[in-house]
Design a protein. Sequence first.
Length: 243
Amino acid sequence: MTTMTAEATAVAVRLESVTKAYGAVRALDDVTWTFPRGGFTAVMGPSGSGKSTFLHCASGLERPSTGAVRIGGTDLGRLGEAKLTRLRRERIGFVFQAFNLVPSMDVEQNITLPLRLGGTEPDPAWLDEVVRRVGLADRLRHRPAELSGGQQQRAAVARALITRPEVVFADEPTGALDPRTAREVLRLLREAADLTGQTVVLVTHDPLAAATADSVLFLSGGRIVDEVRDPSVAAVMNRWETL
Ligand SMILES: Nc1ncnc2c1ncn2[C@@H]1O[C@H](COP(=O)(O)OP(=O)(O)OP(=O)(O)O)[C@@H](O)[C@H]1O
């Protein structure tokens, strides 16, 4: 095992002068930010402000044009494609608006897929715990099409947690859900931070969702322009309106 400095272990994700250009568009413009381990951070900003690009670069789904990204003590820029893919599968959990479950697999197979892709078996006690948290114990043999949208997203959250990832990245995970179901999914992400010390980064348009985080980052024009800590819904809406 690699020895890490105390600083590296306290830092979950670090972006250092990250710029991402698509042709003439600077989707991210010199972004530097540190996500502390076990924190829950929301990212807000107008359409086109760079939220998804930020999440993709921070999670190793895309490589920055310039700058560096570290997950724990690992510099993603030093990893080749195979190692980067493995890091994403083993150390990061993803939740997307569109659930992205495999239609032909049942709920348990979907949840355990990241482990099986990595050639490992689920730890039965952890699988039970994750399934209990997301409330799908009586749905394990159902296929996604037999579930409600909220149940599908809860299965996707379970799939994101099954590898005990260091960081969970969620891109508009409540965008397709009704408000009550959205609250359940947010509670699961909050629990991931509070119960198991995972670092959660949530991209959202919803001030109610953002206010469940420890801190809200505001992006505009590819830059972080503000942070609101211990946010109330009113504080988030107020900052949003003046962006
Ligand atoms: N693959 C791409 N090719 C070209 N331009 C891109 C690409 N991805 C993003 N962009 C551009 O980069 C900018 C930021 O896009 P991004 O999707 O990160 O914003 P966003 O804040 O997530 O927007 P939204 O809230 O609408 O999803 C936009 O101008 C967008 O058009």
